[in-house]
Design a protein around this ligand. Structure first.
Ligand code: AOF
Ligand code: ZN
Length: 369
């Protein structure tokens, strides 16, 4: 059957609901599900924190008997496999749902179309691809990790009106206002991990946590590219490492001679004792690092700078989305130039939206798949 006029509205709501647990469901996608009857929402579910239960059984339980003959809207194809929970397609069948509307089909090899077939075989009407672009955006981390075993990378930069990201020797410079900063805190909450280079870690002494009251626990895994392990033991990152995990990505020791090696090993032991995990990866190979992060379950990574790190990710073609915040003031003399401004966004990116936060603007660019 064809799509109905209300389908996009309810799917938009299911996708909005799914966003509530972004960054909280581990390797499982955060999926949203609505059960709708006679135009009224009678059940809603979002994949639980930690990844289980899935969205559908929760929405069905809320709807109860009334789910019979209703329509289910799901941002991802219902699963067909016996994993840690029974198949959601089976639950939809058991509750007697008449129609299932899906945004994105599931690339998980255990599912991949089987969920939809199970429903159809049971006589349920299924429509797919509703608001698929929006659905794919909400599942971007999951889809990237499933298909390429690496996290989806968002590069976030805040630039001044004259295209600078900071001022030499001045640590953190205020470029955007409170509303834009609050949005960045939310981005952190939605991300599995956040990454900066050692230059920024030293110059800015950032905390990289989510400080929205009540959402502190949604702080992402904090990663510093720190080839020679220069992260100061007194830095906020190290000082808070026992509460919110920190990984320092060091180079492999063979790149050092024997003397530096001993000093390096000393710094490694000190960081280790302070609760920082030292990951030795070939840091010049960012792809290798991202694969290691994918393997340990990181699906979304927010790169927050500085200029050198941003440039390295761009050069390696490992940026999937750019969020370019721009404040109204100039920095002028002594400014550190941003590797990217509105006028030199790589051609492979498409401008997909602009938001305003007080006096600041945020332009969003997405790389074509
Ligand atoms: C759904 N609804 O809300 C989610 C789904 O380890 P398991 O058993 O939980 O299975 C994980 C897989 O389940 C995951 O890779 C994806 O295919 C699907 N996630 N499916 O029907 C949900 N989160
Ligand atoms: Zn499921």
């Amino acid at each position: 059957m064809a799509q109905r006029p209300e389908d996009e509205r309810f799917m938009a709501e299911a996708i909005r609901l799914s966003r509530a647990h972004l960054g909280l469901t581990s390797t499982n996608p955060s999926v949203g599900c609505l059960i709708v009857k006679d135009g009224v929402v009678i059940g809603r579910g979002v994949t639980a924190v930690g990844g289980r239960p899935h969205a559908e059984p929760q929405a069905l339980a809320e709807a109860g008997e009334a789910a019979r003959g209703a329509t289910a809207y799901v941002s991802l194809e219902p699963c067909s496999h016996y994993g840690k929970t029974p198949p959601c397609a089976e639950a939809l069948i058991a509750y007697g749902v008449a129609r299932v509307v899906v945004s994105v089909t599931d690339p998980d090899q255990r599912v991949s179309g089987r969920g939809i077939n199970m429903l159809r075989d049971a006589g349920i009407e299924v429509d797919t691809g509703i608001l698929e672009t929006e659905g794919r955006r909400s599942l971007a981390g999951y889809l990237m990790r499933q298909t390429r075993n690496r996290p989806y990378v968002t590069l976030k930069l805040a630039i001044s009106a004259d295209g600078m990201i900071g001022k030499t020797g001045e640590g953190q410079v205020r470029i955007t206002g409170d509303a834009a900063r609050a949005d960045v805190q939310m981005l952190r909450a939605e991300s599995d991990a956040i990454l900066v280079g050692i230059g920024t870690a030293i110059a800015d002494d950032p905390e990289l946590t989510c400080r929205i009251p009540g959402l502190e626990d949604r702080s992402p895994l904090r990663i510093v590219i720190d080839e020679q392990l220069q992260l100061p033991l007194g830095s906020k990152l190290v000082q808070t490492a026992r509460k919110y995990p920190v990984i320092a990505v060091a180079a492999h020791p063979p790149s050092f001679d024997d003397n530096t090696d001993a000093a390096f090993l000393g710094r490694r032991a000190a960081l280790d004792a302070a609760g920082v995990e030292v990951l030795q990866s070939n840091a010049s190979e960012l792809g290798e690092l991202l694969e290691a992060l994918g393997t340990r379950g990181v699906s979304s990574l927010l790169v927050e700078g500085g200029a050198k790190t941003a440039q390295r990710f761009l050069d390696a073609d490992l940026v999937d989305r750019i969020l370019l915040f721009q404040g109204p003031a100039d920095i002028g003399k002594g400014g550190i130039e941003s590797p990217i401004t509105k006028s030199n966004i790589p051609a492979s990116f498409m401008h997909i939206g602009r938001s305003r936060f007080g006096d600041d603007l945020c332009d969003e660019y997405e790389r074509g798949f």
